[in-house]
Design a protein around this ligand. Structure first.
Ligand SMILES: Cc1ncc(COP(=O)(O)O)c(C=O)c1O
Length: 379
C-alpha cells in the first residue's frame, strides 16, 4: 500500500534547523537569560528589517499581538473593529479581549479575503479600526483597503499570522498597514517550537506602547514603575533563537510552497477542483493550499480513502461560531457559502515531487467520479 501524504510534516522543517537551534540554545543556557535580552532583540531587529518596518515587538502569541495592538491604539469599550468573517476565531477573540466590539464583513468571492466592497457596508461612526486578515498566506488588496480606511479616518491593522513573507505590490505583509500582527505558532510558515508572536510597525510610539503593555505596563527603563495595566506577553529567548534560525530559510521555504501551489493549480486546470484565486498584485506564501469544490465533504472522504490528508480552513465562518453570533447582524453569503466548499490540500516545503503528484492524481480521480455522477444525473 502506498504511504499516506500527510497534510503537514513539521518534523521535516524541524530537522533542517535543529543543529543551528541547538547551538543557540546551548549559548542561551550558558548565559541563562531566558526572557527578553539580546537574542530577543536580535530577532526583533531581523524581523522588522525582513518585513520592511522600523520596529518589531516580540510577544507571546498572535492573539496577543492583535489584542495589544488594539489596546496600544487606545481602542476598547464602545469602539467597533471590522474584520472579515472568513478568518480563524482568534482575530475576533482579540477584538473582544481588547474590550471592543467586532463587526464582521463579507469577503471577495474569488480570493475569500476582505476587500473594499465588503468593507464599506460594515463601517459605522463607531468604527475605530479595520483588521484585514491575509488568510491562507495571501495578502488582501492593501491599496483599495487603505483608500477606504484613510477616507474613513480609521486604523488598518494586518492580521498576518498566516502570511510571513507574502507581498502585495512588492510590500511585505505587516508593512502595508499601521501595524502587522504575526503568530509564530509551530505550524506557521515561520513557526517557533512553542507559542510566539510579534507586532511590526513603523510607528515608534505605537511600538513603545506595545512594548510596555507586553511587560506589565512598565515604564521603559524602569522596573517598578507602571503607567498602564499591561499583561505578561513576553517572547522567550529560546523561541527567538528558533525564529532566527528559521528566518534564514523562510524565503526558500516560501518559494517551495509556491511551486507546489503552482503545480496544483496547473494540474487541476478547469476541473471540478479549483484553487482559490491569487490576485495579480499578490505574491502568496501558501500557508495552506486551499481548493474549492461543491461536494466538499464527499471529496474529502475520497482523498482520505486514497491516503491523502486534507483539512478545512474553516468549517464555520467566524460570525456563526457560538460566542460570536451576538455580533452578527446580517448574513454574509460569500463567507457562508465558501465554508462549505473549501478544502486545504497537503502543503509543506519539503513535500516530495512524488507526494505532490499523488495529490494531483487524486484530484483527477475526484474529477472523474464527480463528472460521472453529473453525467448519470443528466442521462
Ligand atoms: C489568521 C490568524 N489570526 C490569529 C491567530 C492567532 O495566533 P496564536 O495562535 O499564535 O495566538 C492565528 C493562529 O492560528 C491565525 O491563523
Amino acid at each position: 500500500m502506498k504511504v499516506k501524504v500527510p497534510f503537514l510534516d513539521l518534523s521535516a522543517t524541524t530537522r533542517e534547523v535543529s543543529a543551528a537551534v541547538c547551538e543557540s540554545w546551548n549559548a542561551i543556557l550558558a548565559g541563562s537569560r531566558f526572557i527578553g535580552g539580546p537574542v530577543v532583540e536580535q530577532f526583533e531587529a531581523a524581523w522588522s528589517s525582513y518585513c520592511g518596518t522600523s520596529e518589531a515587538v516580540g510577544v507571546a502569541n498572535g492573539t496577543d499581538a492583535i489584542q495589544l495592538t488594539l489596546r496600544a491604539m487606545g481602542i476598547g469599550a464602545g469602539d467597533e473593529v471590522v474584520l472579515p468573517a472568513n478568518t480563524f476565531v482568534a482575530t475576533a477573540e482579540a477584538v473582544v479581549l481588547a474590550g471592543a466590539t467586532p463587526r464582521f464583513a463579507d469577503v471577495d468571492p474569488d480570493t475569500l479575503l476582505l476587500c473594499a466592497d465588503t468593507l464599506r457596508p460594515a463601517l459605522t461612526s463607531r468604527t475605530k479600526a479595520v483588521i484585514v486578515v491575509h488568510l491562507y498566506g495571501q495578502m488582501a488588496d492593501m491599496d483599495a483597503l487603505a483608500d477606504v480606511t484613510g477616507h474613513h479616518g480609521v486604523a488598518l491593522i494586518e492580521d498576518a499570522a498566516q502570511a510571513q513573507g507574502a507581498t502585495w505590490a512588492g510590500r511585505r505583509a505587516g508593512s502595508a498597514g499601521h501595524a502587522g500582527c504575526f503568530s509564530f505558532y509551530p505550524g506557521k510558515n515561520l513557526g517557533a517550537f512553542g507559542d510566539a508572536g510579534a507586532v511590526v510597525t513603523s510607528d515608534a510610539c505605537l511600538a513603545a506602547r506595545v512594548r510596555s503593555l507586553r511587560d506589565h505596563g512598565r515604564v521603559a527603563g524602569s522596573h517598578y514603575e507602571h503607567d498602564a495595566v499591561g499583561t505578561n506577553s513576553r517572547l522567550d529567548a529560546i523561541q527567538a533563537a528558533v525564529l532566527i534560525a528559521k528566518l534564514t530559510r523562510l524565503d526558500e521555504w516560501n518559494d517551495a510552497r509556491r511551486r507546489i501551489a503552482a503545480r496544483y493549480r496547473a494540474a487541476f486546470g478547469s476541473g471540478v477542483l479549483q484553487m482559490v484565486a491569487e490576485a495579480p498584485a499578490a505574491r502568496g506564501v501558501y500557508h495552506v493550499a486551499v481548493a474549492r469544490i461543491r461536494d466538499r465533504d464527499r471529496v474529502q472522504r475520497i482523498f482520505t480513502a486514497i491516503g491523502i490528508e486534507t483539512a478545512i480552513h474553516y468549517p464555520t465562518p467566524c460570525h456563526l461560531i457560538a460566542p460570536y453570533r451576538r455580533y452578527a447582524d446580517a448574513p454574509l453569503p460569500v463567507a457562508e457559502h465558501a465554508a462549505g466548499e473549501v478544502l486545504s490540500l497537503p502543503m509543506y516545503p519539503q513535500m516530495s515531487t512524488e507526494q505532490v503528484e499523488r495529490v494531483c492524481a487524486a484530484a483527477e480521480v475526484v474529477n472523474d467520479i464527480l463528472l460521472a455522477k453529473e453525467a448519470s444525473r443528466h442521462g
